[in-house]
Design a protein around this ligand. Structure first.
Ligand SMILES: Cc1ncc(C[n+]2csc(CCOP(=O)(O)OP(=O)(O)O)c2C)c(N)n1
Ligand code: SF4
Ligand SMILES: [Mg+2]
Length: 304
């Protein structure tokens, strides 16, 4: 797969790491790191990405990595940012690479308060829709009906809408993306890199093991998730300017059929999930059509 800066990419994520074969977690991280460049500090809480990065003092990343507790990534990133600023290193990027459990659930209060302060870092949520490195338990990102280790009959509640929640904080940039739509991902990374303040990107990471996918189906699952609207690709600036980046062009049944975690669903459940997706999509279209009021100017110097 083509990468913009092969030299930087090679220098920043080594081969021989511990990702499951075929997983696009590492591929996605490679694209993130290639876009940010070598003058970057990464914050990686417990997650598949922490395993890929390796146990300290070993690391597959050739940039400084700080591994905080699962609840504290955004606080750690805030502190590192302020420390770098105090040393005059304003151009060094600070990036968080966290899972959905560490973002939607366990690290959420920390992320919310950092966003309220408009702390200056890029937060990437590698969203595999469950607590995967600990054996595939459900998180609040797990979608309705999906089977996990802790929801063996299928989840009975909906996926939390993190993008909307973070957009409601009024931060400069919130977006969804995946490695399956590479040009869109690269553009969003470049955009986020050029901004200051809190920027949050959620990347969908189909979990080969936890979702019950063929080893080579990770990118296809991410592609069908976006095309079916199960994981819409969109971006929100300053909490109010919405842009939908890809139309909804196929039924969710196409996406479900790839995955073992949905194999128990009957026709009525598939119809209910389709209805939920259609309602979410209609809401998104309304937001994208709304004329936005003048955005309040955010002052990144307030963050440190
Ligand atoms: C407070 C706390 N609870 C539980 C754990 C154990 N734990 C480590 S990683 C993890 C799962 C994290 O899931 P997620 O953030 O989605 O990352 P993934 O493994 O899916 O990439 C859990 C529960 C922990 N480290 N800290
Ligand atoms: S458990 Fe899933 S998300 Fe984690 S490395 Fe393996 S395939 Fe990837
Ligand atoms: Mg996860």
């Amino acid at each position: 797969m083509l990468i913009d800066h092969p030299a930087a990419e090679d220098a920043m994520l080594c081969s021989g790491h511990a990702a499951c074969p075929g997983c696009i977690d590492a591929l996605s991280a490679r694209h993130v790191l290639a876009a940010l460049g070598p003058d970057t500090v990464a914050v990686i809480p417990p997650s598949c990405m922490a395993i890929i990065a390796g146990p300290q003092p070993y690391s597959s990343l050739k940039i400084p990595v700080y591994q905080p507790t699962l609840e504290s990534s955004a606080a750690a990133a805030s502190g590192i940012r302020r420390g770098l600023n105090a040393r005059g290193r304003h151009d060094t990027q600070v990036v968080v690479l966290a899972g959905d459990g560490g973002t939607y659930d366990i690290g959420f209060q920390c992320l919310s308060s950092a966003a309220e302060r408009n702390e200056d870092f890029l937060y990437i949520c590698l969203d595999n829709e469950g607590y995967m490195n600990t054996g595939a338990q459900k998180s609040s990102s797990t979608p309705l009906y999906a089977r996990t280790g802790s929801t063996p009959a299928g989840k009975t509640t909906r996926k939390k809408n993190l993008t909307e929640i973070m957009a409601a904080h009024g931060v400069p940039y919130v977006a969804t993306a995946s490695a399956a739509h590479l040009a869109d991902l690269r553009r969003k990374l470049a955009r986020a890199r050029a901004m200051r303040g809190t920027r949050i990107l959620t990347l969908l990471i189909p979990c080969i093991d936890g979702w019950g996918l063929a080893d080579d189906a990770g990118l296809m699952a991410a592609r069908l998730a976006a095309e079916s609207g199960a994981f819409p690709l969109y971006e929100v600036e300053d909490g109010e300017r919405y842009t939908i980046n890809l139309p909804k062009t196929r039924p969710v049944a196409d996406y479900l059929a790839l995955q073992r975690r949905y194999r128990h669903m009957d026709a009525a459940q598939i119809a209910a999930l389709q209805q939920e997706i259609d309602a979410g999509w209609a809401r998104l279209e309304r937001c994208a059509r709304l004329p936005s009021a003048a955005a309040p100017a955010r002052d990144a110097s307030m963050a440190g």
